[in-house]
Design a protein around this ligand. Sequence first.
Ligand code: SF4
Length: 326
Amino acid sequence: MATVNASQTWAAEVRRLADERGAVILAHNYQRPEIQDVADHTGDSLALSRLAARVEADTIVFCGVHFMAETAKILAPDKTVLLPEPKAGCSLADTISAEDVRAWKAEHPGAVVVAYVNTTAAVKAETDICCTSSNAADVIRSVPEDTEILFLPDQFLGAHVKRVTGRENIHVWMGECHVHAGIDGAALRERAAAEPDAELYVHPECGCATSALYLVGEGTVPQERVKVLSTGGMLAAAESTTADKVLIATETGMLHQLRAANPTTSFEPVNPRAECHYMKMITGEKLLESLRTGSGEITVDERTAERARRSVERMIAIGTPSRGGE
Ligand code: SF4
């Protein structure tokens, strides 16, 4: 958006087309700032999926990545779900296929499969229970002690829940999100040491900060300076903090809302390069095109959706998954 006027004209056109189509626009926290600002609701993947199931609009334009739009479709099968750029994937979700899960299950008969929400619908259909980073430990504890668990696809979240639950019979898939590489132990330690008075917020959703979650649990940075927070918790903490500076360990898109919530505190990324290029594939032009033409419709076949829904609904029934999002 080159000028204020151009961006206002664009936003007005988006809103006009959304009204015309009877569509609600949902935007993930890691979307471009202008997309977050024009959306009806902004949040993390789980919060948005749950919202998708509740909204009255017949069409949902999901500004996020593919697995999130699929999850929305699984939970709201009667609605039309549009993803403005269908190529917006996820490197973490891509680390495991449904075929991989079937082969892994065959090696561990009787094991319960627990999957982080960053998975495709086809993978969810092969799993027993989904989890978010905030209820992963509760989900693990819901499985009888002597039953083996296959945890996928995030190795950092897997290692974290293994440590938190003290459970040994968990096999962890070695997937990871490429964005986390920018928020590694060295970066965390360095930034925390260079800014001894700054607070450190970690938002664990979406895979990009699960390594930070793991490192904080390991004691890489002093625990008393660190807050592991959901989106809602992070915004509330941002509004009320009196710290001069807060370091943020998550994808950089989250900074937009935090800075708007409290202009007197400086919110800085642990690593400014921790950016998800898939999330940024949703541009203003793509959003307009999708609203105009209905392009990017997401479909999930009925059988897959039904099996995946069971796994997602079990997740919602265990613990308080909304802690991770709302
Ligand atoms: S930040 Fe990582 S986990 Fe989240 S969508 Fe991007 S690649 Fe996937």
